[in-house]
Design a protein around this ligand. Sequence first.
Ligand SMILES: CC(C)(COP(=O)(O)OP(=O)(O)OC[C@H]1O[C@@H](n2cnc3c(N)ncnc32)[C@H](O)[C@@H]1OP(=O)(O)O)[C@@H](O)C(=O)NCCC(=O)NCCS
Length: 319
Amino acid sequence: MSGKARGSDPGRERAARTVGAVSLGPMVPLRVRTQPSLSPAERDDIAAFLELAMQHDGARLNDHLLTDLNHGRTDGFWAAIASHDGSIRGYAQASTANDGVIVGCVVPAGDHSTPALLLRALLAELPASTRVTWWSSDASATTAAELGMRADRRLLQMTRSLPIPDTSDVAVRPFRVGVDEAEWLALNNAAFAWHGEQGGWDLATLQQREREPWFAPEGFLLHEREGRLAAFCWTKLHSGASLVGEIYVIAVHPQFHGLGLGRALTVAGLQHLQSVGAASAMLFVDADNASAVGLYRALGFDVDHADQSYLRPPQGDTP
Ligand SMILES: CC(C)(COP(=O)(O)OP(=O)(O)OC[C@H]1O[C@@H](n2cnc3c(N)ncnc32)[C@H](O)[C@@H]1OP(=O)(O)O)[C@@H](O)C(=O)NCCC(=O)NCCS
């Protein structure tokens, strides 16, 4: 499931500042600084660090955060960088989303102390009235508790091999850039009104995705019914040694739920992915999204792993 970029800065000072230093063993003094924006050179350094972390440990920021980083977002954006001798040792980011701020953190495997440092620095930048969601793993429960955050949503990554035996003859057509945006946004926001990252998208959020190198209209399938958009399946092809296709976002307008469109569009998306060479498919889904998890299980997807989110509720909310 993807993320989004929207909303205003809850309001903090916008200058870069160093928030502390810690020693990781006697020889490794680590400096942590927070920034409200990043220069292109800083973004390149962080991208290189994240690429290494991905290759070595499979560690990654979620799609929402990564898109904001790649596009140099400056509003509703905070970065925290841990470095030693100018070399990045950890990165955390906060970005405004549909129902608050999303936070992610990447450090080398086995480093259990830097996440708390980075997140503490980021949380200090965010007003207490802001709802903050940190996407991490079960292993982060102790750090989350130290930071006053509690376990909240679980996100499943589900996978299956391709090709699939199922077929779909539902009528679909590719998304038309410059034409379909308004109607697609209305459908997406109606289907995901409840969702922390996928709901409340605006045109800028969608256009950001259209500029991504992976964006391919022929893999963004729309279904019309009664003269309007009723459902869509947006796919994403990941490059690599073996091509992996993602069901990036799928939704059926609430008025058309339960009619078989979700299944038909997912199958159409998978058929597209296998036609462009994908050997396997994956997707992310909230563990408590019973209809979606039921649909994916029925199509042969199994859970690969789960990410856990931790919540700092807005001040004034009951825990
Ligand atoms: C998830 C969603 C796409 C399903 O679309 P749909 O058209 O209502 O689903 P279908 O009618 O094609 O049902 C297909 C299968 O889904 C499962 N399913 C659907 N609704 C379900 C429910 N309420 N509980 C459990 N399983 C359910 C079943 O396995 C069903 O198969 P069956 O018909 O053999 O029982 C739709 O509910 C939706 O758009 N939700 C909001 C957006 C969203 O959550 N997208 C997925 C994000 S990962």
